[in-house]
Ligand binder design. Sequence first.
Ligand code: ADP
Ligand code: MG
Length: 521
Amino acid sequence: MWDSTFAESSDRSEKQVSGAEVIAQALKTQDVAYMFGIVGIPVTEIAVAAQKLGITYVGMRNEQAACYAASAIGYLTGRPGVCLVVSGPGLIHALGGMANANMNCWPLIVIGGSSERRQETMGAFQEFPQAVRSSIYGRPGPCYVDIPADFVNFQVNVNSVKYVECCMPPPVSMAETSAVYMAASVIRNARQPLLIIGKGAAYAHAEEALRKLVEQCKLPFLPTPMGKGVIPDNHPNCVAAARSRALQFADVIVLFGARLNWILHFGLPPRYQPDVKFIQVDICAEELGNNVKPAVTLLGDINAITKQELASPKSLPMNYYTVFYHVQEQLSRDCFVVSEGANTMDIGRTVIQNYLPRHRLDAGTFGTMGVGLGFAIAAAIVAKDRNPGQRVICVEGDSAFGFSGMEVETVCRYNLPIIILVVNNNGIYQGFDADSWKEMLKFGDSTAVAPPFCLLPNSHYEQVMTAFGGKGYFVQTPEELQKSLKQSLADTTKPSLINIMIEPQSARKTQDFHWLTRSNI
Ligand code: ADP
Ligand code: MG
């Protein structure tokens, strides 16, 4: 902070500034807004100078309480609060608060006065920007800056003091992409997943992203004592009322800024399943793998990582739920929905909503495949006569589409603005991806080795539509799906077909009650 030697202090021709004022200004420059403490020799002037600059100073009755207060400021605001104490007993009293901030991972700056020193050692003033930075960067925590007594009242030429610019908020780090995918896959395959939301998540301001994750993926969550309120306690997915059971029966637990210490029973049996998989999200690498061997570790900022996780289930390849979620988002309430297929029709029924009677047509009582295009054409003709502009959405499995795909020519001939969605998993019920298909063919003639439910992988059904002058789209990502559906809905002059590639093994979520799945009986 002193950019040259203290010799300049003897130059009385310029305005002078005291060490105390320099400290206060340095704190102010670092965006420190609150100071708690008990004054005495040699720190009184620092408190006065801070107050003069608009830093809120709260005089407390014991340094320990002052330090607790200052550390809570760090947690609440993300910028460290200052605890100002005198040397010796003052600092000793503050230790309790420092230890507490250390354990809580909360930023804090403790400034203690110490006895006079020789001038050469006073370079310690440089430590302010570092103190602020190290209190908030990485894992937040306390910092101690020792101020020699002779510093406080030392006068220097005001122009000789250069303040280091306010240190930026901590850079935000994301987790490694492969770990993000792995975590998403472990969560997706969990029978009883549980999110534990700790005070690290609160500090990270991850409330919005975590809430989205909980709601979109329908995940139960348990807050730690200070994680309470990140998502409101009265949220339907909060399992706090059944905490012990939730911990005991979870097969996958995601820790968002919570440590497996005594509060969480160290993550060990009998409070947990012996084979429970932990996914740890923490900003502190040293924390990862503490007490248990995690299935996946995500090193970085909770808010950023939660957003990464939110983006990942939408990523590739899509499944039925992702597809229907995006379709449902764009459909108008009055549209006709025609649907056929196996999983496509079954899962589509649970996600795609109808709001009007006689606006849903599907495989019907006879369970017929191949009715879709005919039904869609009829609906479009009726719509044209009775309610021009009303849309017909025809949601077809790739196998089902095959039964009447050539009716696309009819659709084009009459220029019916039907939107056909082919949910393509390369087969009936399930299929193979292109690589597995190729591998399989090495074992013999396709008639001998291809499972009867497989269809040719990556068939470009959209070209059936373009062949007759309609619009065709081949989509593999949620973004492509959203875009093509938007364009199709906007274009009322032309039919379109969106060929949506999904995970070939994608299936229905297993039913909670086995009697709901007849084939399992
Ligand atoms: P709780 O008591 O609520 O279980 P803990 O104090 O045990 O919470 O754990 C909080 C964890 O959060 C610490 O390990 C800390 O490193 C981590 N943490 C703090 N801030 C962030 C952040 N922005 N992103 C990720 N992890 C964070
Ligand atoms: Mg904890």
